[in-house]
Ligand binder design. Structure first.
Ligand code: SAM
Ligand code: SF4
Length: 338
C-alpha cells in the first residue's frame, strides 16, 4: 500500500492526461513590498492572517511528501519570498531532503543584496529576478515604488553568490515596456543574465486584464528582431514554460513565456502550494485542496500523499483562457505564487 501511494517508480505523479508532475512552486507569503500593476492593486489587498501561514516545518513536510512522489524541483515564490523571515532556514531544511530537490526562487530582488549569500550557502541553486524595465521612471510607474537601484544590486549579489543562471523575468506591458524589450535584452546580455519575457496573464487582483491589450509573443519577437538575430536552438524544450532563442548565434539566449498566445499546458509538470497550505494544480485552477487542515489535525504522510495524488488526477487539460466560459481565479497571482 505504502509503495503504491508514494513510490514514483511504482506509480508516477501523473494526471488523467499522462502529464507527470515533478515541479512544485511553493509560496511562502502573500505579502509584497512592490505593487506591480499587473499583479496587485495600489492598496487594499488583505494579507493572510499569520496563523494561517504554514510554518517552515509544515512546508518542509509537504515538500518531503511531494519529493517522495517524484517532485524534483522546488521553486520558492510569493508574494515576495524574501519578506518571509528566516528564509535561509527553510532553504536549508529543503536542501536536506532525500533525494535533494533542485531549489530555485522567484523574487522581485528587494533585499537580495543582503540575502543572496546566505541563501546560496543554505542550498539555493538559482534565482529568477523580476525586472520589467531598467528605466527608473517606468519602473516606478509599473511597480508603484522607486526601487530600481535595489533590484539592480540584488541581481549583482545573486550573480556574485553563484545563483546561476541568473534569470530576469519581465512581463511585457503595452505602453510601459513593450517598446523597450530590446534595450532590456541588451542590458541583460551585458551582465550575463538570461532574459525571459512573459505575456501578461489574467491574474491581477483588479481583474483589469484585457486580451486585446496584451503584448503577444509575436510582437515581442518582432521587437527583438529589429536589433538581434534570433534562431532556434538545438534540443527539446521539454516542460519549460519559456521557449528560447539563441541571440546572434548564441551562446546567449532569450526566452518568451507565451502562456496565452501559445499555451504549453500539454506538457505542464507543475503544482502549486499556497502560503496557507492550499494545493493547486494550475495557476488558473478554480479549485484547490486544503492540506493545512489535515496536516494540523495530525494525518500521516500516506494520507497527505493520497491528497496530493487526488489533486493531480483532477487537473484539467488546459487553462482555458480563450474559452467563453473562462473565469479568472479568485486568488490574485500574489496569493497563488507565480
Ligand atoms: N514577488 C516575486 C516576483 O515578482 O518575482 C514573486 C512572485 S510574482 C507573483 C512571480 C512572477 O509572476 C513574477 O515574475 C511576475 O512578474 C509574474 N506575474 C505577476 N503577475 C503576472 C501576470 N498578471 N501575468 C504574467 N506574469 C505575472
Ligand atoms: Fe509583488 Fe511580485 Fe506581484 Fe510585483 S509581481 S506585486 S513584486 S508579488
Amino acid at each position: 500500500m505504502t509503495d503504491l501511494v508514494r513510490d514514483p517508480a511504482v506509480l508516477p505523479l501523473a494526471d488523467g492526461f499522462g502529464r507527470v508532475h515533478s515541479d512544485l512552486r511553493v509560496s511562502v507569503t502573500d505579502r509584497c513590498n512592490l505593487r506591480c500593476t499587473y499583479c496587485m492593486p495600489a492598496e487594499g489587498l488583505d494579507w493572510l492572517p499569520r496563523a494561517e501561514l504554514l510554518t517552515f516545518e509544515e512546508l518542509t513536510r509537504i515538500v518531503r511528501v511531494a519529493v517522495d512522489l517524484g517532485v524534483r524541483t522546488v521553486r520558492l515564490t510569493g508574494g515576495e519570498p524574501l519578506l518571509r523571515r528566516g528564509l535561509p532556514d527553510l532553504v536549508a531544511q529543503l536542501a536536506a531532503l532525500t533525494p535533494r530537490p533542485q531549489l530555485a526562487m522567484t523574487t522581485n530582488g528587494l533585499g537580495l543584496d543582503r540575502l543572496a549569500g546566505p541563501l546560496a550557502d543554505a542550498g539555493l541553486d538559482r534565482v529568477n529576478v523580476s525586472l520589467d524595465t531598467v528605466d527608473r521612471e517606468a519602473f516606478h510607474r509599473l511597480t508603484r515604488r522607486d526601487r530600481l537601484p535595489d533590484v539592480v544590486r540584488g541581481l549583482e549579489a545573486a550573480a556574485a553568490a553563484g545563483l546561476h543562471p541568473v534569470k530576469v523575468n519581465a512581463v511585457a506591458m503595452r505602453g510601459v515596456n513593450d517598446e523597450h524589450v530590446a534595450d532590456l535584452l541588451d542590458w541583460c546580455l551585458q551582465r550575463g543574465y538570461q532574459l525571459r519575457l512573459i505575456e501578461q496573464m489574467p491574474l491581477d487582483a483588479q481583474h483589469a486584464w484585457q486580451r486585446d491589450a496584451m503584448v503577444t509573443q509575436a510582437e515581442i519577437l518582432e521587437r527583438l528582431s529589429e536589433r538581434f538575430t534570433l534562431s532556434t536552438p538545438p534540443g527539446q524544450r521539454g516542460s519549460a514554460p519559456a521557449e528560447t532563442w539563441l541571440v546572434d548565434g548564441g551562446p546567449a539566449t532569450v526566452g518568451v513565456v507565451a502562456s496565452v498566445s501559445q499555451p504549453f499546458c500539454g506538457s505542464c509538470d507543475r503544482l502549486r502550494l499556497t502560503a496557507d497550505g492550499q494545493l493547486r494544480s494550475c495557476l488558473f485552477a478554480r479549485d484547490e485542496d486544503d492540506l493545512r487542515g489535515p496536516l494540523r489535525s495530525g494525518v500521516d504522510d500516506e494520507t497527505l500523499a493520497v491528497l496530493v495524488r487526488r489533486l493531480v488526477s483532477s487537473k484539467r487539460a488546459g487553462h482555458g483562457i480563450d474559452d467563453p466560459s473562462f473565469l479568472q481565479p479568485q486568488r490574485p497571482m500574489s496569493a497563488i505564487g507565480g
